[in-house]
Design a protein around this ligand. Structure first.
Ligand code: ZN
Length: 687
């Protein structure tokens, strides 16, 4: 080990050539110790409640721990070998425990409050005032301002809520895993893709049994519902799936009572904090201003999508009757019939599309979009990396460094699944000047293949390309920030329901003919994507978008009403509420015994309570923002309009969390967001 622990070297990029698992514990312990000592000093009476003497040193200590731990968690995600897993897991409890204590530290809270009330507050920049206000808000939401005698009860509620959420997920997982459909006659698997059959066969073998084992896990359940010809099989699987963790199964896995308890505790928490209901608590730190604004938004979108959803259902029923000989469609027929209709209408394979997207073309196309929109240059850079496939790029504007990003595209055994953007270094003003930001973009795309000693470039599916643009959008949000203070620079401090704006915004370019055709070249022939294939891709994208929109609204409205107007102590049941919501917005109705709520883990097991609407909300924002580029494109001939791009940078990306997202949106668009662009992008336009 060298004299200096490389995890404690903060001069520039992480030192991936030097850092080893053995560095983790000593470095992180050291940083935690320093941080604790600093906090102890800062909360003392000798420390003035000033920016320079209090907030700044606190932020600096937070940055060192955040950066070092960021390197460790990044390596854990992209190099999940036993040594790194062990190094990460051994320090994880201490790090999370430390942050939890920090959020509850009342002496720090008192000091922040003192700063808020001091004459200095008015002299701070708007960004710094917002940092102070956000801090106070977060302390308050964790119960810091409650009268002493109520604090123990608040803590009790928090603990029971997290235990209940964990139990909810465990019950769901256990109930999911407990059910299997055993198949001994292969003809019952008709229609199922070969890989699903093979997995079912392997699952049976693992249990030492003959035949095939079909499970309720997504990689099996979803293809069964889409492709299995055996209607009875679909019906059985559907029933098992939609009654998981409900009163019909094992009593110890029944999530029904847990839901009641969760709702009561959330309502009590809201009351303690002085809010009318839990949805109000959830919205405090979000872009949406009130529950009535969210409800109004969902209902407006529902009303506009409804005619298209009704058309979708009518078409499906007609097709099922005429082509599939089915007089009626049950819930377990919908996905299957939709798949048949989609095949009949827009037959093309993902494999066919994939041949047109070789990696070098795609990357060049992506960079061209970013360069054209924001008048920057992207160049290859060099630095130590964690794997030979990882690369570094730098973004320059007028010859000056704006930011750098690592790209690690290919799937590996040791890499976490999915795709993500993580920040490595945040932009800030230091004594030495501006510290420029650095990000990681990680994906799980197919790697290049060795073809008789020659490395053939990887080819990506259209979905992969969308993912790449999406994560680049998050990356740009982090890299193009112009905020000088760390807590609000990049995506930090951006409201939760607005954070997907830049990412989903970038996806739009992948459906733009001139952009997309420019980044394609057939792997064998070099031909660009044919227009006819592109048109089919667009049509397939919008297939049943009316129905899908209403389904998302059904979930969102149910979640919102459950946490606002529903009375957990009243006589109306959760099941009744969801039935009412369906009466209001749905176009297809599941059987009475369907127990959707019992598996709605986003809101009962995860962090989405009174926040599920965020998916649609952010989609509306990104579509409406993109519409500004379409409008410019009608004048100048391309959506890659530098002037609109400059405005998007200035009003949305550059300011990040330093002002409310609604203000940023209005500054960019000149008005509040409208749902029209999303409807149009989804093909929901009146003919
Ligand atoms: Zn995202």
């Amino acid at each position: 080990m060298d004299a200096m622990n490389p995890l404690l070297d903060f001069t520039d990029l992480p030192r991936f050539d030097a850092v080893r698992p053995a560095h983790v514990a000593p470095a992180i312990r050291q940083l935690l110790e320093d941080y604790r000592a600093l906090v102890a000093r800062l909360q003392g009476p000798d420390t003035p409640a000033s920016w320079a003497g209090f907030m700044q040193p606190l932020t600096d200590a937070g940055e060192r721990l955040g950066r070092a731990w960021g390197v460790v968690s990044h390596l854990h995600a992209v190099m999940d070998v036993p040594e790194w897993r062990e190094a990460y897991n051994s320090m994880l409890p201490e790090v999370t425990g430390f942050y939890a204590d920090l959020g509850q530290n009342l002496a720090l809270f008192a000091k922040v409050k003192e700063l808020r009330e001091s004459p200095e507050y008015a002299t701070l920049t708007a960004t710094r005032r917002r940092i102070v206000d956000n801090d106070l808000r977060d302390f308050r939401l964790s119960g810091a301002e409650l009268p002493e005698e109520r604090k123990p009860r608040f803590k009790e509620i928090q603990e029971e809520l997290s235990a209940l959420a964990a139990k909810f997920s465990e019950n769901l997982l256990d109930a999911t895993n407990a059910h299997a459909e055993w198949i001994d006659d292969e003809s019952r698997l008709a229609g199922l893709p070969a890989d699903v059959r093979a997995a079912a066969r392997t699952a049976a073998e693992k249990d030492g049994k003959p035949g095939w084992k079909l499970t309720l896990q997504a990689p099996c359940y979803i293809p069964v519902m889409q492709y299995a010809e055996d209607r009875d099989l679909r019906a059985r699987m559907y029933r098992a799936y939609t009654t998981r963790a409900a009163e019909f199964g094992e009593p110890e896995w029944d999530n029904g009572p847990l839901i009641g308890r969760l709702l009561k505790l959330r309502a009590e928490e809201a009351e303690l904090l002085g809010y009318g209901n839990y949805a109000e608590v959830s919205l405090v730190a979000k872009m949406a201003e009130s529950t009535s604004q969210v409800a109004g938004f969902l209902r407006e979108l529902a009303a506009k999508a409804r005619p298209f959803a009704e058309k979708d259902v009518a078409e499906l029923r007609e097709f099922a009757k005429a082509e599939l000989g089915m007089a009626s469609l049950e819930s377990w027929d919908l996905a299957w019939a939709a798949e048949k209709l989609k095949e009949a209408r827009y037959a093309f394979s993902d494999e066919e599309v994939k041949q047109y997207f070789p990696e070098p073309k795609v990357m060049a196309g992506l960079f061209r979009v970013v360069e054209a929109l924001f008048s920057v240059r992207i160049e290859a850079d060099t630095a130590p990396v964690w794997h030979p496939d990882a690369r570094l790029f730098r973004i320059l504007r007028d010859g000056k460094l704006v930011g750098r990003f690592f790209v690690d595209l290919y799937a590996r055994d040791t890499k976490r699944g999915g795709a993500w953007m993580q920040d490595a270094i945040g932009r800030r003003q230091t004594d030495a000047g501006i510290q420029t930001p650095v990000a990681y973009l990680c994906c799980n795309f197919p790697a290049p293949v060795d073809d008789g000693g020659k490395r053939r470039p990887a080819t990506f599916s259209h979905n992969d390309v969308l993912t790449l643009f999406h994560e680049t959008g998050h990356g740009l949000h982090h890299l193009l920030t112009e905020v000088d203070d760390l807590p609000l620079s990049g995506i930090d401090g951006v409201e939760w329901d607005a954070v997907e704006l830049p990412s989903q915004f970038m996806e739009n370019f992948c459906f733009e003919w001139d952009v997309l055709s420019g980044m394609t070249a057939h792997a064998e022939t070099g031909e660009p994507l044919p227009r006819e294939l592109f048109d089919k891709m667009i049509a397939a994208k919008n297939f049943q978008s009316g129905m899908q929109t209403l389904r998302q609204i059904e979930f969102s409205l149910f979640d919102l009403l459950l946490h606002s107007e529903f009375d957990p102590a009243g006589t109306r049941t959760v099941q009744q509420l969801i039935a009412e919501v369906r009466q209001e917005v749905a176009v297809v109705f599941p059987p009475e015994w369907n127990r959707f709520a019992q598996s709605f883990s986003h809101i009962f097991g995860g962090g989405y309570a009174a926040g599920y609407y965020s998916y649609k909300w952010a989609e509306v924002l990104s579509a409406d923002a993109y519409a500004a580029f379409e409008e410019a494109g009608r004048v100048c001939g391309s959506t890659l309009d530098a002037e609109t791009g400059e405005r998007f940078w200035r009003e949305i990306l550059a300011v990040g969390g330093s002002r409310p997202a609604m203000e940023s949106f209005k500054a960019f668009r000149g008005r509040e967001p409208r749902v029209d662009a999303l409807l149009r992008h989804n093909g929901m336009i009146d003919a």
